[in-house]
Design a protein around this ligand. Structure first.
Ligand code: FHN
Length: 601
């Protein structure tokens, strides 16, 4: 019997530890606990009940993740050595014995911490909720806990940062939420130990750890009344039974509480999906955005550089544009985006983060309507020009491609009332074709501009699957996101390309139709690192064979075009296009964004 299961057998549930009087919403079905049949069972919640509970979270779409704790002091370095990767994993990465890590507690004095400033930064970025680490894997409690001394109350910082942040959030109408690690590298009763932790396990009692774990959950619920509990570190020492019991007990204490899927053990790694029969109110993809979203609530959490906790040497910051595109990508698939900041040991959010959040906020101030309160757009295939979100009978086409002067909504068959740029009255010309709806954007975008077009339908969106074919100019766009693939290659949403083209079995295939035949130039858009260049790329298009040698383009994200052909394709042809690497690449043959057949006049 594992330590965890043994512990259950012996331990009363959360409600048996203490019955705090922290504020709880009166659940409509909450009756006197004397009659077990009447006790509110969160696992029996109706879909309507869950919709009501999740409503604010679904409408919010955008939150701030904050990783802050003792690890923010060394900030990725230990004994003069830099440890790349996540700053909050330093204890593990540098294999720091607990006894050597503990002195950090007496260095924690974030004299520049200003909760109101953090909330202002989040609010101005357009974020609607904040999730902060109450306790990360190092076990350090970021509040003055009554359980033990390994907490902020026994540090030089004699304040309660969680209370200050919770109060500041409430003042500004931002939902206050907490991240809480199940895993604990510090508590002597947490088992199993990490390999580098040489402390003896003799006498260690997981049951005793659970008492502290549950007592601290009671404390943070009672003291800070979080709207969401974001569990993590469920991959060691935890069990489905413990997850179910924790979920049930917490929801009984606060029926409106939202809890992620890492409270249980059904989360599928970084993809964050929830296995059948496991609890948790939303899936938690990490550092990635699911290709098509999930059939249930989900939230992608991502760093702005490569570290959750502050890392003084990680300056690999994503651009504000990438952050906006990620946010819109999540919303277009019906998900939330939880974007992380890692404040410094003094309590300051890094300037690089503040600058990017300010830019995101500027875009959200003008275009937030295309994100907040939206649901997934009706198009299942990625589009070369951007993403689509939906609110009732309105579609928001978010145009990432600043060169686009027209866009196609493939397969859209609904009657269109009007189309216009968001917040502009001037109407845009639309044309219903057998391929869907074309919108004339009237202009290309300014450099770096992400435009939003509002398409007001007369009815709910109806989208039919249409074969790939010619646009109004007779050209055929074979976009990587539309390809059927084999081998290692897979679509990378952030780069809008087929990446990981590392094997000869990799291929991309499209079926397409040509109504008006003629001569077509073949324009291949791809990217390739210099030191992986030289692979021979073979194309077969409507039975015509072409090939080229992939040159270095300046990097895996630096896309260039090569023009091949021309080839002749007859009218009324149903054709196939296929791309393969004909020679083994050094690392990867290329990142393929698109193959475009450009019809000669
Ligand atoms: O190990 C943690 C990591 O430090 C960070 O907290 C992320 C954020 O979701 N979660 C775990 C890694 O999956």
């Amino acid at each position: 019997m594992t330590a965890a299961v043994l512990a259950i057998a012996m331990l009363p549930s959360l409600s048996g530890i203490s019955t705090p009087s922290f504020p709880t919403l009166s659940a409509p079905t909450l009756h006197s606990p004397t009659n077990p049949a009447q006790i509110f069972d969160p696992l029996k919640e109706t879909p309507a009940g869950k919709d009501l509970r999740m409503q604010w979270w679904r409408e919010a779409r955008f939150g701030m993740f904050i990783h802050w704790g003792l690890y923010s002091i060394p900030a990725g370095e230990w004994n003069g050595k830099n440890y790349p990767g996540a700053g909050e994993w330093l204890m593990n990465n540098a294999q720091i014995p607990v006894a050597d890590y503990e002195p950090l507690q007496q260095q924690f004095n974030p004299v520049k911490f200003n909760a109101k400033e953090w909330v202002r930064i989040a609010k101005e970025a357009g974020m609607k909720y904040i999730v902060i680490t109450s306790k990360h894997h190092d076990g350090f409690a970021l509040w003055p806990s009554k359980f033990g001394t390994w907490n902020v109350g026994n540090s030089p910082f004699k304040r309660d940062p969680l209370k200050e942040l919770a109060d500041a959030c409430r003042e500004e109408g931002i939902k206050f939420c907490l991240y809480h690690s199940i895993l604990d590298w510090h508590h002597p009763d947490f088992l199993p130990r990490e390999g580098w932790d040489k402390r003896p396990t003799t006498g260690a009692d997981f049951n005793r750890y659970l008492t502290v774990f549950r007592g601290q959950l009671d404390e943070i619920m009672q003291n800070y009344d979080p709207a969401v509990l974001w569990f993590d570190g469920e991959w060691k020492g935890w069990s489905h039974e413990l997850g179910m019991q924790t979920y049930r007990d917490l929801r009984r204490k606060k029926p409106s509480l939202i809890i992620n899927n890492r409270v249980d053990v059904g989360r599928a790694g970084m993809s964050g999906s929830t296995a059948e029969g496991h609890v948790g109110d939303f899936g938690t993809p990490e550092q990635e955005i699911p290709a098509n979203g999930f059939a249930y609530d989900w939230e992608s959490c991502m760093t702005m550089n490569g570290s959750w906790g502050y890392h003084k040497n990680d300056t690999n910051w994503k651009s504000a544009r990438t952050l906006i595109e990620n946010l819109v990508d999540c919303a277009s698939k019906g998900g939330n985006y939880l974007l992380n900041v890692g404040p410094t040991d003094l309590g300051e959010i890094p300037t690089a983060s503040i600058e990017r959040l300010a830019e995101v906020g500027k875009w959200m101030k003008r275009n937030g309507e295309s994100v907040y309160g939206t649901v997934a757009g009706p198009f299942k295939r990625p589009m070369p020009w951007g993403k689509v979100t939906r609110k009732g009978n309105t579609l928001f086409a978010v145009v990432f491609d600043e060169k686009a002067d027209k866009i196609e909504l493939p397969g859209l068959k609904s009657k269109v009332n009007t189309a216009n740029y968001l917040r502009e009255r001037a109407l845009l010309i639309t044309e219903a074709t057998d391929r869907g709806l074309t919108v004339d954007l009237r202009r290309t975008g300014e450099p770096g501009e992400i435009r939003v077009v509002q398409v007001n339908l007369a009815e709910a969106p109806l989208v039919e699957d249409v074969p790939l074919g010619q646009d109004a100019d007779g050209n055929v766009m074979l976009f990587s996101g539309d390809a059927k693939t084999t081998g290692n290659t897979r679509f990378e949403a952030d780069k809008k390309c087929l990446g990981f083209w590392t094997d000869l079995a990799s291929s991309a295939t499209w079926e397409f139709a040509v109504k008006k035949g003629g001569s077509f130039k073949v324009e291949v858009e791809y990217a390739c690192e210099e030191d992986s260049s030289g692979a021979t790329i073979g194309l077969s298009i409507a039975g015509r064979a072409l090939e080229f040698e992939a040159q270095g383009t300046g990097g895996w994200s630096s896309f260039k075009k090569v023009t091949l052909g021309p080839i002749e394709i007859d009218s009324d042809t149903k054709a196939t296009a296929m791309v393969v690497a004909k020679s083994k690449p050094k690392y990867a043959a290329m990142n393929l964004r698109s193959v475009r057949l450009v019809k000669s006049p």
